[in-house]
Design a protein around this ligand. Structure first.
Ligand code: SAM
Length: 246
């Protein structure tokens, strides 16, 4: 029987722990778990333990940590996705898929052609929504650390952050530069920044600015992909080119 895995919102440090929140409710009343049942607990701060239920009451579960789980699903390379915020719920999709692929940080950004306007309050609530999607996707895919979804930032600020990566790839449909050529010299990179534009694409001036600051401007082929397609394909190909999908 596969051992079910759950995310706990606190650092796993003690031998014994007690759950009294919705997780306790889920274990006891939804999954009808009993004393002796075992679960995997992950604190999303890098540690994951096999645990056994040792006692239960109405909405209270006491567990004993048995052994730390050593396999890590985290990528050895830090991948950051800088994504111009698309319209509608597409960002939810991008956050979920980028998390499944192992991206460690997602930076929503405003570029010149970003249609979406967000007040500071709205930006905060959207970030919280995306962060929850990232946590749920991490739990589903067996990841152990939830990627950070940062507050949306302007393109200029994103350029500064992306330029700190070992290799920075800006995806632009009006270039012929093949991605595999651009990434070849960087197969041992420890950090990669991936930048994808909005539905209307990057302005040439933005591409120029990024190039000046060290971005490699690369193509995903002759077809124009939707922003949400481009983001996922770009991450997947970069992981493959770095030998991280093995
Ligand atoms: N302005 C473009 C047009 O309509 O011709 C569309 C932009 S596309 C819908 C959204 C984003 O996906 C682009 O800013 C780029 O980052 C990425 N993208 C889409 N197709 C691409 C391709 N063939 N090569 C590189 N990037 C691509």
């Amino acid at each position: 029987m596969t051992v079910r895995r759950f995310i706990v919102p606190f650092r796993l440090t003690k031998e014994h722990l007690a759950l009294t929140d919705d997780l306790a409710h889920r274990l006891l009343h939804v999954l009808r778990m009993k004393v002796g049942n075992r679960v995997l607990l992950c604190d999303l701060q890098g540690s994951e333990w096999l645990a056994e239920i040792v006692s239960t009451e109405k909405n209270f579960v006491r567990l004993q940590l048995l052994e730390r789980v050593s396999t890590s699903q985290e990528l050895e390379v830090e991948i950051k996705l800088f994504q111009s915020i698309p319209k509608g719920e597409k960002m939810d999709f991008i956050v979920q898929k980028a998390t499944e692929l192992g991206v460690q940080k997602i930076v929503p950004m405003f570029t010149k052609r970003t249609v979406v306007q967000l007040s500071p309050e709205r930006a905060k609530s959207r970030r919280e929504r995306w962060q929850k999607i990232a946590a749920a996707a991490t739990e589903q895919c067996g990841g152990r650390i939830v990627p950070e979804v940062s507050v949306p930032i302007p393109f200029k600020q994103a350029v500064n952050e992306a330029s700190a990566a070992d290799v920075w790839l800006l995806f632009y449909e009006a270039t012929d530069e093949p991605l595999n050529e651009a990434i070849k010299p960087h197969r041992n990179a420890s950090s990669v920044a991936i930048m994808v534009g909005p539905e209307g694409g990057f302005e040439p001036s933005e591409v120029e600015m990024a190039k000046q600051k060290g971005a490699k401007v690369v193509s995903l082929g002759k077809r124009i992909l939707r922003t949400e397609t481009a983001a996922i394909v770009a991450v997947a190909i970069v992981l493959h080119e770095l030998g991280l999908l093995g």
